[in-house]
Design a protein around this ligand. Structure first.
Ligand code: FMN
Length: 310
């Protein structure tokens, strides 16, 4: 039997599988399918300062082994989150990893200040994969300076004991370079990867299908790319924890992420097909770790870099 507990930047979680931001709102919808305290925790949909209606419809397209979404950070805003969602998670003892997103560096700083006094927040995932209004729509995570200034401000404005995970985008020349700059700016760990930009065209109308033209590609189609990103960042920063994600559908997929260097995993798109996917993936992963003789989840982290099982 493998001990299911994992530690991410000094904070302990009950298991190695989490929900992925945006794929399970703040957990309520999944609670009818399984006990949310069994998994590592719920990573909330990215919260912004104000309520947002998101991008125009249609906002989802199925693709081979994946999907495109252009939801555009629809959500109720931080006040509603603090009034309704966070207390709901805290009352049920569910570990909450709160994802935050802002259009400007100051918006991230404000969100970090607000969350600073919330004891129910076990970690903050900083979604830097959204456009920066101050830099004419450039995505924060695609530029070393913008990525590190967001992380620096979140670090300065957060409680010192709250781990900060920088959520990285694969749409960069060197994800390791962005990771190093975020780490130097105060990130305790990384969540990777966010969706990769794609699009689809309707062959009857010959127009883009998504209302927002482009969207984020997720699901098994991106798994090899996600695994490569985790591998590259772990190789450079082996002591920095990674919450790995991107097309994880089974325990065997999750095991690959651990071997590449992830300390835990998030399950996103698969949840739309199978709402119990996070807990199922966790059970399958723990069974595979047990069969291979790992006493702890941590013992398998990065093992592919050390010659595997020998
Ligand atoms: C419908 C949908 C909404 C998402 N919303 C967010 C979000 O609000 N914040 C964020 O950081 N990532 C968001 N993501 C990205 C996921 O958290 C995850 O990084 C990505 O989908 C890769 O994992 P997967 O292939 O298991 O879905 C969203 C993904 C999907 C499919």
């Amino acid at each position: 039997m493998t001990d299911p507990r994992v530690s991410l930047a000094g904070v302990e979680f009950a298991g190695p599988a989490f929900t992925a931001s945006g794929c399970a709102a703040a957990g309520k919808e999944l609670s009818g399918f399984f006990d949310l305290t069994e998994i590592g925790g719920v990573v909330t949909k990215s919260i912004m300062m104000r309520p947002r209606s998101g991008r125009p419809t249609p906002r989802m397209v199925e693709t081979p082994s994946g999907m495109l979404n252009s939801i555009g950070l629809q959500g109720p805003g931080i006040e509603s989150f603090l009034a309704n969602d966070l207390p709901w998670l805290a009352e049920r003892d569910v570990s909450a990893v709160v994802s935050i997103a802002g259009e400007s560096v100051e918006e991230y700083a404000q969100l970090a200040r607000i969350l600073r006094n919330e004891p129910a927040v076990k970690a903050i995932e900083v979604n830097i994969s959204c456009p920066n209004v101050e830099s004419r729509g450039q995505v924060f995570a695609c530029d070393v300076m913008s990525a590190s200034s967001v992380i620096h401000q979140v670090r300065r404005n957060s409680g010192s004991s709250t781990p900060i995970l920088a959520k990285l985008s694969p749409d960069v020349t060197s994800i390791a370079e962005i990771a190093v700059s975020c780490h130097n700016a105060g990130a305790d760990g990384f969540s990777m990867i966010n969706t990769t930009l794609g699009m689809a065209i309707d062959t009857d109308t010959l127009r883009p299908i998504l209302g927002g033209v482009t969207g984020g590609l997720s699901g098994p189609a991106i798994r090899p790319m996600a695994l490569r990103c985790v591998w590259q960042v772990h190789q450079l920063l082996p002591d920095v924890p990674i919450l790995g994600m991107g097309g994880i559908a089974t325990g065997a997929d999750a095991l690959q992420f651990l071997a590449a260097g992830a300390s835990a995993v998030s399950v996103g798109t698969m949840t739309f097909h199978d709402p119990s996917a996070p807990v199922r993936v966790q059970r399958e992963l723990l069974a595979l770790l047990g069969e291979r003789g790992f006493a702890t989840v941590g013992a398998a982290v990065g093992i592919a870099h050390r010659g595997g099982l020998g």
